[in-house]
Write a protein that binds this ligand. Structure first.
Ligand code: ADP
Ligand code: MG
Length: 598
Protein backbone atom coordinates (compact mmCIF):
# COMPACT_ATOMS: atom_id res chain seq x y z
CA UNK A 1 0.00 0.00 0.00
CA UNK A 2 1.30 3.45 -0.85
CA UNK A 3 0.58 6.46 1.26
CA UNK A 4 0.85 9.89 -0.25
CA UNK A 5 1.61 12.88 1.91
CA UNK A 6 -0.12 16.09 0.93
CA UNK A 7 1.39 19.40 1.93
CA UNK A 8 0.26 22.99 2.03
CA UNK A 9 1.57 25.00 -0.93
CA UNK A 10 5.16 25.95 -0.32
CA UNK A 11 5.53 23.57 2.60
CA UNK A 12 6.59 20.49 0.68
CA UNK A 13 9.84 19.22 2.18
CA UNK A 14 12.78 18.67 -0.12
CA UNK A 15 13.49 15.04 -0.92
CA UNK A 16 15.34 13.33 1.96
CA UNK A 17 15.02 16.40 4.13
CA UNK A 18 13.48 14.32 6.86
CA UNK A 19 15.61 11.24 6.69
CA UNK A 20 18.51 12.58 8.68
CA UNK A 21 20.41 9.87 10.45
CA UNK A 22 19.23 8.77 13.85
CA UNK A 23 21.47 7.07 16.33
CA UNK A 24 20.28 5.46 19.51
CA UNK A 25 21.74 4.60 22.89
CA UNK A 26 21.46 1.13 24.37
CA UNK A 27 21.91 0.04 27.98
CA UNK A 28 22.42 -3.72 27.68
CA UNK A 29 21.93 -4.59 31.34
CA UNK A 30 22.27 -7.80 33.34
CA UNK A 31 18.66 -7.58 34.52
CA UNK A 32 17.06 -4.98 32.28
CA UNK A 33 17.85 -3.36 28.95
CA UNK A 34 16.70 -0.07 27.42
CA UNK A 35 17.00 1.89 24.20
CA UNK A 36 16.87 5.69 24.00
CA UNK A 37 16.89 8.45 21.42
CA UNK A 38 18.36 11.93 21.72
CA UNK A 39 17.35 14.62 19.31
CA UNK A 40 17.96 18.36 19.48
CA UNK A 41 18.76 18.39 23.15
CA UNK A 42 15.85 16.17 24.16
CA UNK A 43 16.37 12.60 25.23
CA UNK A 44 13.74 9.93 25.73
CA UNK A 45 13.74 6.24 26.45
CA UNK A 46 11.64 4.40 23.87
CA UNK A 47 8.74 2.39 25.24
CA UNK A 48 6.77 -0.49 23.79
CA UNK A 49 3.15 0.07 22.78
CA UNK A 50 2.05 -0.30 26.39
CA UNK A 51 4.39 2.27 27.83
CA UNK A 52 7.02 -0.10 29.24
CA UNK A 53 10.45 1.44 29.04
CA UNK A 54 12.31 -1.53 30.50
CA UNK A 55 12.93 -4.75 28.58
CA UNK A 56 13.85 -7.58 30.95
CA UNK A 57 17.13 -9.14 29.73
CA UNK A 58 15.53 -12.59 29.53
CA UNK A 59 15.13 -14.81 26.48
CA UNK A 60 12.58 -17.64 26.47
CA UNK A 61 12.87 -20.95 24.62
CA UNK A 62 10.51 -23.84 23.98
CA UNK A 63 11.46 -27.45 24.75
CA UNK A 64 12.91 -27.83 21.27
CA UNK A 65 15.31 -25.03 22.01
CA UNK A 66 13.71 -22.47 19.68
CA UNK A 67 13.27 -18.90 20.80
CA UNK A 68 9.65 -18.54 21.82
CA UNK A 69 7.98 -15.81 23.93
CA UNK A 70 5.93 -18.43 25.72
CA UNK A 71 8.58 -21.10 26.12
CA UNK A 72 9.03 -22.52 29.61
CA UNK A 73 12.82 -22.38 29.49
CA UNK A 74 14.57 -19.09 29.93
CA UNK A 75 18.03 -17.64 30.05
CA UNK A 76 18.62 -14.57 32.18
CA UNK A 77 21.67 -12.54 33.27
CA UNK A 78 23.62 -13.60 30.16
CA UNK A 79 25.81 -10.54 30.64
CA UNK A 80 27.60 -12.50 33.37
CA UNK A 81 28.82 -14.90 30.64
CA UNK A 82 29.62 -12.57 27.77
CA UNK A 83 33.23 -12.70 26.64
CA UNK A 84 34.15 -15.37 29.17
CA UNK A 85 35.78 -18.69 28.32
CA UNK A 86 34.22 -22.11 28.80
CA UNK A 87 36.66 -22.70 31.67
CA UNK A 88 35.46 -19.59 33.49
CA UNK A 89 31.77 -20.44 33.43
CA UNK A 90 31.63 -24.24 33.27
CA UNK A 91 30.97 -24.57 37.00
CA UNK A 92 27.98 -22.27 37.09
CA UNK A 93 25.29 -24.88 37.53
CA UNK A 94 22.34 -22.84 36.31
CA UNK A 95 22.51 -23.99 32.69
CA UNK A 96 23.71 -26.97 30.73
CA UNK A 97 27.00 -25.54 29.53
CA UNK A 98 29.15 -27.15 26.89
CA UNK A 99 32.45 -26.28 25.24
CA UNK A 100 31.88 -25.04 21.71
CA UNK A 101 34.07 -23.27 19.14
CA UNK A 102 37.24 -24.16 21.03
CA UNK A 103 37.01 -22.86 24.53
CA UNK A 104 33.81 -20.83 24.22
CA UNK A 105 30.80 -21.66 26.34
CA UNK A 106 27.53 -22.72 24.75
CA UNK A 107 24.24 -23.13 26.56
CA UNK A 108 22.34 -26.24 25.52
CA UNK A 109 18.58 -25.87 25.40
CA UNK A 110 16.57 -28.73 23.90
CA UNK A 111 18.47 -29.76 20.81
CA UNK A 112 19.99 -26.31 20.25
CA UNK A 113 23.13 -24.63 21.47
CA UNK A 114 23.36 -20.88 22.02
CA UNK A 115 26.47 -18.85 22.72
CA UNK A 116 26.22 -15.84 25.06
CA UNK A 117 26.86 -13.67 21.99
CA UNK A 118 23.76 -15.06 20.26
CA UNK A 119 21.57 -14.64 23.33
CA UNK A 120 22.74 -11.06 23.82
CA UNK A 121 22.07 -10.47 20.12
CA UNK A 122 18.50 -11.61 20.68
CA UNK A 123 18.01 -8.96 23.38
CA UNK A 124 19.50 -6.33 21.08
CA UNK A 125 17.19 -7.42 18.25
CA UNK A 126 14.17 -6.93 20.47
CA UNK A 127 15.33 -3.42 21.39
CA UNK A 128 15.95 -2.63 17.72
CA UNK A 129 12.48 -3.85 16.82
CA UNK A 130 10.91 -1.79 19.59
CA UNK A 131 12.64 1.37 18.37
CA UNK A 132 11.77 0.73 14.74
CA UNK A 133 8.14 0.22 15.60
CA UNK A 134 7.95 3.39 17.66
CA UNK A 135 9.88 5.56 15.22
CA UNK A 136 8.43 4.06 12.06
CA UNK A 137 11.81 3.75 10.41
CA UNK A 138 14.79 1.50 10.31
CA UNK A 139 17.51 2.09 12.86
CA UNK A 140 20.97 0.62 12.92
CA UNK A 141 23.43 3.09 14.40
CA UNK A 142 23.89 2.74 18.13
CA UNK A 143 26.10 3.47 21.09
CA UNK A 144 26.12 0.58 23.55
CA UNK A 145 27.23 0.83 27.16
CA UNK A 146 29.43 -1.69 28.94
CA UNK A 147 30.68 -1.83 32.54
CA UNK A 148 33.88 0.15 33.05
CA UNK A 149 35.80 -2.99 34.04
CA UNK A 150 34.89 -4.91 30.84
CA UNK A 151 38.07 -6.21 29.20
CA UNK A 152 38.86 -6.55 25.50
CA UNK A 153 37.17 -9.97 25.18
CA UNK A 154 33.94 -8.77 26.78
CA UNK A 155 33.86 -5.59 24.69
CA UNK A 156 34.51 -7.52 21.52
CA UNK A 157 31.81 -10.08 22.36
CA UNK A 158 29.35 -7.22 22.94
CA UNK A 159 30.23 -5.81 19.51
CA UNK A 160 29.80 -9.24 17.94
CA UNK A 161 26.34 -9.51 19.49
CA UNK A 162 25.45 -6.13 17.97
CA UNK A 163 26.72 -7.26 14.58
CA UNK A 164 24.49 -10.35 14.75
CA UNK A 165 21.55 -8.15 15.67
CA UNK A 166 22.11 -6.03 12.57
CA UNK A 167 23.35 -3.01 14.51
CA UNK A 168 26.21 -0.73 13.62
CA UNK A 169 28.08 0.16 16.80
CA UNK A 170 29.29 3.76 16.63
CA UNK A 171 31.01 3.43 19.99
CA UNK A 172 31.07 1.39 23.16
CA UNK A 173 31.09 3.62 26.21
CA UNK A 174 31.41 2.91 29.90
CA UNK A 175 28.18 2.76 31.90
CA UNK A 176 29.28 5.22 34.62
CA UNK A 177 30.49 7.61 31.93
CA UNK A 178 27.07 7.46 30.25
CA UNK A 179 25.38 8.21 33.57
CA UNK A 180 27.61 11.24 34.10
CA UNK A 181 26.85 12.43 30.56
CA UNK A 182 23.12 12.20 31.26
CA UNK A 183 23.66 14.71 34.08
CA UNK A 184 25.76 16.89 31.80
CA UNK A 185 28.79 16.52 34.06
CA UNK A 186 31.00 16.18 30.99
CA UNK A 187 30.20 19.81 30.19
CA UNK A 188 31.71 21.07 33.43
CA UNK A 189 35.29 22.26 33.37
CA UNK A 190 36.42 19.78 35.93
CA UNK A 191 35.22 17.60 38.73
CA UNK A 192 35.44 14.27 40.43
CA UNK A 193 32.37 12.09 40.78
CA UNK A 194 31.43 8.77 42.27
CA UNK A 195 28.99 6.75 40.21
CA UNK A 196 27.11 4.36 42.50
CA UNK A 197 25.27 1.74 40.41
CA UNK A 198 23.15 -0.80 42.26
CA UNK A 199 21.21 -2.93 39.78
CA UNK A 200 19.42 -6.26 40.00
CA UNK A 201 22.38 -8.54 40.55
CA UNK A 202 25.47 -6.38 40.52
CA UNK A 203 26.98 -3.43 42.32
CA UNK A 204 29.45 -1.23 40.46
CA UNK A 205 31.16 1.77 41.94
CA UNK A 206 33.38 4.01 39.83
CA UNK A 207 35.25 7.20 40.40
CA UNK A 208 35.29 9.46 37.36
CA UNK A 209 37.49 12.44 36.85
CA UNK A 210 36.53 15.14 34.37
CA UNK A 211 39.32 17.39 33.18
CA UNK A 212 39.89 19.23 29.89
CA UNK A 213 37.23 17.27 28.04
CA UNK A 214 38.59 13.95 29.19
CA UNK A 215 36.64 11.56 31.32
CA UNK A 216 38.87 9.21 33.20
CA UNK A 217 37.74 6.20 35.12
CA UNK A 218 40.14 6.69 38.01
CA UNK A 219 39.12 3.63 39.96
CA UNK A 220 36.43 0.98 39.85
CA UNK A 221 35.16 -1.54 42.33
CA UNK A 222 32.05 -3.34 43.36
CA UNK A 223 30.65 -6.80 43.80
CA UNK A 224 29.31 -8.86 40.91
CA UNK A 225 27.10 -10.83 43.30
CA UNK A 226 25.37 -8.00 45.12
CA UNK A 227 22.19 -6.31 43.94
CA UNK A 228 18.44 -5.88 44.33
CA UNK A 229 17.99 -9.67 44.17
CA UNK A 230 19.78 -10.02 47.52
CA UNK A 231 17.37 -7.60 49.14
CA UNK A 232 14.51 -9.71 47.73
CA UNK A 233 16.03 -12.88 49.20
CA UNK A 234 16.13 -11.43 52.71
CA UNK A 235 12.47 -10.40 52.53
CA UNK A 236 11.49 -13.78 51.07
CA UNK A 237 13.18 -15.60 53.93
CA UNK A 238 11.24 -13.49 56.44
CA UNK A 239 8.00 -14.21 54.61
CA UNK A 240 8.58 -17.95 54.68
CA UNK A 241 8.78 -17.73 58.48
CA UNK A 242 5.26 -16.24 58.68
CA UNK A 243 3.40 -17.73 55.70
CA UNK A 244 2.97 -21.50 55.51
CA UNK A 245 3.19 -23.40 52.26
CA UNK A 246 4.63 -20.56 50.23
CA UNK A 247 7.11 -21.69 47.56
CA UNK A 248 10.49 -19.96 47.66
CA UNK A 249 10.26 -18.88 44.02
CA UNK A 250 6.84 -17.34 44.61
CA UNK A 251 8.11 -15.71 47.79
CA UNK A 252 10.93 -14.07 45.81
CA UNK A 253 8.50 -12.64 43.29
CA UNK A 254 6.28 -11.18 46.03
CA UNK A 255 9.29 -9.95 47.98
CA UNK A 256 10.43 -7.90 44.99
CA UNK A 257 6.99 -6.37 44.69
CA UNK A 258 6.88 -5.50 48.39
CA UNK A 259 10.37 -4.03 48.25
CA UNK A 260 9.44 -1.79 45.32
CA UNK A 261 6.19 -0.73 47.02
CA UNK A 262 8.12 0.21 50.12
CA UNK A 263 10.04 2.78 48.09
CA UNK A 264 6.93 4.97 47.99
CA UNK A 265 5.08 3.81 51.08
CA UNK A 266 5.76 3.40 54.79
CA UNK A 267 4.73 -0.25 54.79
CA UNK A 268 3.84 -3.02 52.37
CA UNK A 269 1.64 -6.06 52.99
CA UNK A 270 1.00 -9.52 51.65
CA UNK A 271 -1.55 -11.76 53.41
CA UNK A 272 -0.58 -11.78 57.10
CA UNK A 273 2.93 -10.49 56.41
CA UNK A 274 3.65 -6.80 56.93
CA UNK A 275 6.93 -5.18 56.02
CA UNK A 276 7.67 -1.75 57.45
CA UNK A 277 10.48 0.51 56.34
CA UNK A 278 12.12 0.08 59.70
CA UNK A 279 12.01 -3.71 59.55
CA UNK A 280 13.34 -3.64 55.99
CA UNK A 281 16.17 -1.30 56.99
CA UNK A 282 17.29 -3.57 59.81
CA UNK A 283 17.02 -6.70 57.62
CA UNK A 284 19.18 -5.23 54.87
CA UNK A 285 21.64 -3.23 56.95
CA UNK A 286 24.56 -5.52 56.14
CA UNK A 287 23.98 -5.32 52.41
CA UNK A 288 23.87 -1.53 52.49
CA UNK A 289 27.00 -1.37 54.65
CA UNK A 290 28.80 -3.63 52.21
CA UNK A 291 28.23 -1.13 49.40
CA UNK A 292 29.57 1.67 51.61
CA UNK A 293 32.70 -0.35 52.38
CA UNK A 294 33.29 -0.96 48.68
CA UNK A 295 32.71 2.73 47.97
CA UNK A 296 35.29 3.72 50.55
CA UNK A 297 37.73 1.29 49.04
CA UNK A 298 37.39 2.95 45.63
CA UNK A 299 37.92 6.37 47.19
CA UNK A 300 41.08 5.04 48.85
CA UNK A 301 42.29 3.45 45.60
CA UNK A 302 41.85 6.75 43.81
CA UNK A 303 44.05 8.47 46.42
CA UNK A 304 41.53 11.31 46.56
CA UNK A 305 40.32 12.83 49.77
CA UNK A 306 36.59 12.58 50.39
CA UNK A 307 36.32 16.38 50.21
CA UNK A 308 37.80 16.38 46.71
CA UNK A 309 34.77 14.50 45.41
CA UNK A 310 32.14 16.77 43.90
CA UNK A 311 29.15 14.47 43.91
CA UNK A 312 27.62 11.03 43.77
CA UNK A 313 25.55 9.95 40.76
CA UNK A 314 22.91 7.33 41.52
CA UNK A 315 22.35 4.64 38.88
CA UNK A 316 20.35 1.41 38.81
CA UNK A 317 16.82 0.56 39.92
CA UNK A 318 17.93 -0.40 43.42
CA UNK A 319 19.15 3.12 44.26
CA UNK A 320 15.46 4.04 44.46
CA UNK A 321 15.36 2.36 47.85
CA UNK A 322 15.26 5.03 50.56
CA UNK A 323 17.68 2.97 52.70
CA UNK A 324 20.38 3.57 50.11
CA UNK A 325 19.86 7.30 49.70
CA UNK A 326 19.65 7.86 53.45
CA UNK A 327 22.85 5.97 54.12
CA UNK A 328 24.73 7.76 51.35
CA UNK A 329 23.53 11.15 52.61
CA UNK A 330 24.71 10.22 56.08
CA UNK A 331 28.16 9.07 55.10
CA UNK A 332 29.00 11.45 52.25
CA UNK A 333 27.82 14.99 52.85
CA UNK A 334 28.16 15.97 49.17
CA UNK A 335 25.76 16.55 46.28
CA UNK A 336 23.73 13.47 45.45
CA UNK A 337 22.61 13.39 41.84
CA UNK A 338 19.31 11.54 42.03
CA UNK A 339 16.78 13.61 40.13
CA UNK A 340 16.99 11.62 36.88
CA UNK A 341 15.42 8.18 36.65
CA UNK A 342 18.13 5.76 37.81
CA UNK A 343 16.82 3.01 35.50
CA UNK A 344 17.09 5.16 32.44
CA UNK A 345 20.12 7.34 32.80
CA UNK A 346 22.66 4.95 31.30
CA UNK A 347 20.57 4.53 28.14
CA UNK A 348 19.97 8.29 28.05
CA UNK A 349 23.66 9.11 28.35
CA UNK A 350 24.40 6.63 25.58
CA UNK A 351 21.78 8.29 23.37
CA UNK A 352 23.31 11.73 23.99
CA UNK A 353 26.72 10.35 23.01
CA UNK A 354 25.19 8.73 19.91
CA UNK A 355 23.76 12.05 18.81
CA UNK A 356 27.09 13.82 19.33
CA UNK A 357 28.83 11.14 17.30
CA UNK A 358 26.57 11.39 14.25
CA UNK A 359 26.55 15.16 14.39
CA UNK A 360 30.32 15.23 14.55
CA UNK A 361 29.98 17.51 17.54
CA UNK A 362 33.22 18.83 18.91
CA UNK A 363 32.06 17.90 22.35
CA UNK A 364 33.19 14.31 22.14
CA UNK A 365 33.97 12.26 25.09
CA UNK A 366 37.40 10.86 25.44
CA UNK A 367 37.47 7.60 27.26
CA UNK A 368 40.32 5.65 28.74
CA UNK A 369 41.70 2.17 28.39
CA UNK A 370 40.06 0.24 31.24
CA UNK A 371 42.82 -2.32 31.92
CA UNK A 372 46.53 -2.29 31.16
CA UNK A 373 47.73 -4.08 28.05
CA UNK A 374 51.12 -5.71 28.11
CA UNK A 375 53.47 -8.33 26.73
CA UNK A 376 54.65 -11.48 28.40
CA UNK A 377 58.41 -11.29 28.86
CA UNK A 378 61.03 -13.65 30.27
CA UNK A 379 59.98 -15.61 33.31
CA UNK A 380 56.28 -15.18 32.60
CA UNK A 381 56.37 -11.56 33.76
CA UNK A 382 54.30 -8.83 32.14
CA UNK A 383 55.73 -5.67 30.68
CA UNK A 384 52.98 -3.07 30.55
CA UNK A 385 52.80 -1.29 27.21
CA UNK A 386 49.53 0.62 27.48
CA UNK A 387 48.89 1.54 31.09
CA UNK A 388 45.41 1.48 32.50
CA UNK A 389 43.61 4.81 32.14
CA UNK A 390 45.59 5.95 29.11
CA UNK A 391 43.27 8.09 27.04
CA UNK A 392 42.09 6.40 23.87
CA UNK A 393 42.29 6.23 20.88
CA UNK A 394 46.07 6.04 21.14
CA UNK A 395 49.10 4.22 19.86
CA UNK A 396 52.26 3.00 21.57
CA UNK A 397 55.51 1.63 20.18
CA UNK A 398 57.98 -0.55 22.01
CA UNK A 399 61.32 -1.85 20.78
CA UNK A 400 62.74 -5.34 21.34
CA UNK A 401 65.66 -7.35 20.10
CA UNK A 402 66.63 -11.02 19.76
CA UNK A 403 68.49 -12.92 22.43
CA UNK A 404 69.94 -15.70 20.25
CA UNK A 405 72.34 -15.48 17.28
CA UNK A 406 70.49 -16.03 14.00
CA UNK A 407 67.08 -16.05 15.68
CA UNK A 408 64.52 -15.96 12.85
CA UNK A 409 61.27 -15.61 14.76
CA UNK A 410 59.89 -13.93 17.83
CA UNK A 411 56.75 -14.95 19.67
CA UNK A 412 54.58 -12.30 21.29
CA UNK A 413 51.96 -13.00 23.92
CA UNK A 414 49.67 -10.05 24.55
CA UNK A 415 47.77 -9.92 27.84
CA UNK A 416 45.39 -7.57 29.59
CA UNK A 417 45.15 -6.96 33.32
CA UNK A 418 46.91 -5.43 36.26
CA UNK A 419 48.69 -8.50 37.65
CA UNK A 420 52.44 -9.04 37.51
CA UNK A 421 52.41 -12.53 36.01
CA UNK A 422 51.05 -13.22 32.53
CA UNK A 423 49.23 -16.30 33.75
CA UNK A 424 47.14 -14.14 36.08
CA UNK A 425 46.12 -11.74 33.32
CA UNK A 426 43.68 -12.30 30.50
CA UNK A 427 45.38 -13.68 27.42
CA UNK A 428 44.42 -11.57 24.42
CA UNK A 429 46.50 -13.01 21.61
CA UNK A 430 49.66 -14.84 20.66
CA UNK A 431 51.42 -14.18 17.41
CA UNK A 432 54.80 -14.69 15.84
CA UNK A 433 56.95 -12.37 13.77
CA UNK A 434 58.71 -14.72 11.35
CA UNK A 435 61.48 -14.31 8.80
CA UNK A 436 63.79 -12.05 10.79
CA UNK A 437 67.06 -11.92 8.74
CA UNK A 438 69.94 -13.79 10.33
CA UNK A 439 71.84 -11.41 12.64
CA UNK A 440 73.79 -11.60 15.86
CA UNK A 441 71.75 -11.56 19.05
CA UNK A 442 70.83 -8.05 20.05
CA UNK A 443 71.27 -6.52 16.59
CA UNK A 444 67.75 -6.74 15.06
CA UNK A 445 65.49 -3.85 16.00
CA UNK A 446 62.06 -5.32 16.41
CA UNK A 447 59.30 -2.79 16.92
CA UNK A 448 55.86 -3.58 18.07
CA UNK A 449 53.06 -1.06 17.77
CA UNK A 450 49.81 -1.17 19.67
CA UNK A 451 46.89 0.85 18.36
CA UNK A 452 43.90 1.04 20.62
CA UNK A 453 40.70 2.45 19.12
CA UNK A 454 37.95 4.48 20.76
CA UNK A 455 36.09 1.33 21.81
CA UNK A 456 39.13 0.03 23.66
CA UNK A 457 39.86 -2.59 20.99
CA UNK A 458 43.37 -3.36 19.91
CA UNK A 459 45.35 -3.80 16.69
CA UNK A 460 48.98 -4.82 16.83
CA UNK A 461 51.72 -4.72 14.25
CA UNK A 462 55.30 -5.85 14.56
CA UNK A 463 58.22 -5.32 12.22
CA UNK A 464 61.95 -5.49 12.06
CA UNK A 465 63.43 -2.05 11.35
CA UNK A 466 66.36 -3.03 9.16
CA UNK A 467 64.34 -5.34 6.87
CA UNK A 468 60.82 -5.30 5.52
CA UNK A 469 59.45 -8.14 7.63
CA UNK A 470 56.11 -7.07 8.95
CA UNK A 471 53.00 -8.54 10.49
CA UNK A 472 49.68 -7.05 11.68
CA UNK A 473 46.80 -8.56 13.59
CA UNK A 474 43.49 -7.31 14.88
CA UNK A 475 43.50 -8.75 18.32
CA UNK A 476 41.02 -11.53 18.68
CA UNK A 477 41.17 -12.75 22.25
CA UNK A 478 42.58 -16.28 22.60
CA UNK A 479 39.00 -17.34 22.94
CA UNK A 480 35.86 -15.51 21.88
CA UNK A 481 34.02 -16.40 18.74
CA UNK A 482 36.31 -16.52 15.72
CA UNK A 483 35.25 -14.06 13.01
CA UNK A 484 34.59 -17.00 10.72
CA UNK A 485 32.00 -18.32 13.18
CA UNK A 486 30.28 -14.96 13.41
CA UNK A 487 30.20 -14.78 9.64
CA UNK A 488 28.69 -18.25 9.42
CA UNK A 489 26.06 -17.30 11.98
CA UNK A 490 25.15 -14.26 9.93
CA UNK A 491 25.18 -16.26 6.73
CA UNK A 492 23.03 -19.02 8.27
CA UNK A 493 20.55 -16.45 9.39
CA UNK A 494 20.29 -15.07 5.88
CA UNK A 495 20.25 -18.35 3.96
CA UNK A 496 17.75 -19.87 6.32
CA UNK A 497 15.45 -16.96 5.65
CA UNK A 498 15.69 -17.51 1.91
CA UNK A 499 15.22 -21.25 2.11
CA UNK A 500 12.21 -21.22 4.28
CA UNK A 501 10.81 -17.77 4.10
CA UNK A 502 7.17 -18.74 4.35
CA UNK A 503 7.47 -21.02 7.34
CA UNK A 504 9.47 -18.31 9.03
CA UNK A 505 6.93 -15.65 8.27
CA UNK A 506 4.17 -17.85 9.63
CA UNK A 507 6.14 -18.38 12.83
CA UNK A 508 6.82 -14.68 13.15
CA UNK A 509 3.21 -13.72 12.59
CA UNK A 510 2.09 -16.37 15.06
CA UNK A 511 4.44 -15.26 17.76
CA UNK A 512 3.50 -11.64 17.14
CA UNK A 513 -0.19 -12.56 17.48
CA UNK A 514 0.43 -14.61 20.60
CA UNK A 515 2.40 -11.80 22.14
CA UNK A 516 -0.41 -9.41 21.30
CA UNK A 517 -3.05 -11.62 22.92
CA UNK A 518 -0.91 -11.97 26.00
CA UNK A 519 -0.29 -8.25 26.31
CA UNK A 520 -3.89 -7.33 25.62
CA UNK A 521 -5.07 -9.74 28.30
CA UNK A 522 -2.52 -8.41 30.73
CA UNK A 523 -3.41 -4.78 30.18
CA UNK A 524 -7.10 -5.63 30.19
CA UNK A 525 -6.90 -7.35 33.56
CA UNK A 526 -4.77 -4.53 34.95
CA UNK A 527 -7.38 -1.88 34.15
CA UNK A 528 -10.48 -4.10 34.12
CA UNK A 529 -12.37 -1.82 36.52
CA UNK A 530 -11.96 1.27 34.39
CA UNK A 531 -13.07 -0.24 31.07
CA UNK A 532 -16.46 0.37 29.53
CA UNK A 533 -18.57 -2.69 28.83
CA UNK A 534 -18.58 -2.13 25.07
CA UNK A 535 -14.82 -1.98 24.85
CA UNK A 536 -14.47 -5.05 27.05
CA UNK A 537 -16.72 -7.02 24.72
CA UNK A 538 -14.93 -5.73 21.66
CA UNK A 539 -11.65 -6.90 23.13
CA UNK A 540 -12.93 -10.37 24.00
CA UNK A 541 -14.32 -10.75 20.50
CA UNK A 542 -11.05 -9.65 18.92
CA UNK A 543 -9.04 -12.03 21.09
CA UNK A 544 -11.36 -14.94 20.26
CA UNK A 545 -11.14 -14.32 16.54
CA UNK A 546 -7.40 -13.97 16.62
CA UNK A 547 -7.16 -17.24 18.58
CA UNK A 548 -9.34 -18.99 16.02
CA UNK A 549 -7.12 -17.80 13.18
CA UNK A 550 -4.09 -19.09 15.09
CA UNK A 551 -5.65 -22.54 15.28
CA UNK A 552 -6.12 -22.53 11.52
CA UNK A 553 -2.41 -21.79 11.16
CA UNK A 554 -2.72 -19.56 8.08
CA UNK A 555 -0.40 -16.60 7.83
CA UNK A 556 -2.65 -14.23 5.85
CA UNK A 557 -5.66 -15.05 7.98
CA UNK A 558 -3.76 -14.23 11.17
CA UNK A 559 -2.45 -11.00 9.63
CA UNK A 560 -5.97 -10.00 8.59
CA UNK A 561 -7.34 -10.64 12.08
CA UNK A 562 -4.52 -8.65 13.64
CA UNK A 563 -5.23 -5.76 11.32
CA UNK A 564 -8.93 -5.89 12.20
CA UNK A 565 -8.03 -5.88 15.88
CA UNK A 566 -5.76 -2.83 15.61
CA UNK A 567 -8.44 -0.25 16.21
CA UNK A 568 -9.63 -1.92 19.41
CA UNK A 569 -6.09 -2.30 20.71
CA UNK A 570 -5.45 1.35 20.08
CA UNK A 571 -8.44 2.25 22.23
CA UNK A 572 -7.19 -0.07 24.96
CA UNK A 573 -3.67 1.33 24.79
CA UNK A 574 -4.98 4.88 24.94
CA UNK A 575 -7.05 4.10 28.01
CA UNK A 576 -4.05 2.41 29.59
CA UNK A 577 -1.73 5.33 28.92
CA UNK A 578 -4.30 7.76 30.20
CA UNK A 579 -4.57 5.86 33.48
CA UNK A 580 -0.84 5.48 33.72
CA UNK A 581 -0.30 9.21 33.37
CA UNK A 582 -3.05 10.14 35.74
CA UNK A 583 -1.48 7.82 38.33
CA UNK A 584 1.91 9.40 37.61
CA UNK A 585 3.54 6.20 36.41
CA UNK A 586 6.50 6.64 34.09
CA UNK A 587 6.18 6.41 30.35
CA UNK A 588 6.51 8.23 27.13
CA UNK A 589 3.60 9.10 24.90
CA UNK A 590 3.50 7.71 21.40
CA UNK A 591 2.88 11.24 20.07
CA UNK A 592 6.02 12.50 21.75
CA UNK A 593 7.99 9.77 20.07
CA UNK A 594 6.57 10.76 16.74
CA UNK A 595 7.59 14.32 17.38
CA UNK A 596 11.06 13.16 18.26
CA UNK A 597 11.40 11.09 15.12
CA UNK A 598 10.48 13.98 12.85
P1 ADP B 1 20.67 -3.97 35.81
O1 ADP B 1 21.48 -2.76 35.58
O2 ADP B 1 21.37 -5.01 36.62
O3 ADP B 1 20.07 -4.53 34.57
P2 ADP B 1 18.49 -2.33 36.97
O4 ADP B 1 19.26 -1.09 37.13
O5 ADP B 1 17.41 -2.36 35.98
O6 ADP B 1 19.43 -3.60 36.78
O7 ADP B 1 17.88 -2.68 38.42
C1 ADP B 1 16.98 -3.72 38.66
C2 ADP B 1 16.72 -3.77 40.15
O8 ADP B 1 16.10 -2.53 40.57
C3 ADP B 1 15.79 -4.89 40.59
O9 ADP B 1 16.34 -5.57 41.68
C4 ADP B 1 14.52 -4.15 41.00
O10 ADP B 1 13.80 -4.82 42.04
C5 ADP B 1 15.08 -2.84 41.50
N1 ADP B 1 14.06 -1.78 41.51
C6 ADP B 1 13.37 -1.28 40.47
N2 ADP B 1 12.48 -0.37 40.87
C7 ADP B 1 12.59 -0.27 42.22
C8 ADP B 1 11.92 0.49 43.25
N3 ADP B 1 10.94 1.33 42.94
N4 ADP B 1 12.32 0.30 44.53
C9 ADP B 1 13.30 -0.57 44.83
N5 ADP B 1 13.95 -1.31 43.94
C10 ADP B 1 13.61 -1.17 42.64
MG1 MG C 1 22.58 -1.26 34.75
Amino acid sequence: MNLYDIYEPGQTPLPHQNDDILALGIDLGTTNSLIALAKDGKVEVICDEFGNSILPSIIHFNDNGDIDHYGKNSVSSIKRFIGKSYEEVKNSNIYNIIDCYEGNPGIKIGSKIYTPVEISAEILKQLKKRAEKALGREVSKVVITVPAYFDDAKRLATKDAALLAGLDVLRLINEPTAAAVAYGLDKKKQGQYLVYDLGGGTFDISLLKMENDIFQVVATGGDSELGGDDFDKLIAEEMLKTIDGLLYKEALRIARKLKEELTDKEKAEYENFTLTREHFASLTKDLVNKTIKLTNKVINDSRLLPNEINGIVLVGGSTRMPVIKEKLKDIFPITIYDDLDPDKIVAEGAAIQAESLIKGSNHLLVDVNPLSIGLEIMGGMVEKIIPRNSTIPASFIQEFTTYQDGQSGMLFHIVQGERELAKDCRSLAKFELKGIPSMKAGIPRIKIKFVIDADGLLTISAWEETSSVRQTIHVQPSYGLPHEVIRTMLFDAISHAEEDLNARKLLEVKSEAERLIYQVNQVKSEIENYLEKDLKEEISLGVDELKRSLELNKQDLISTEMKKFENTIEKLAEKHLELKFSSKLQGIKIEDLEKLSK
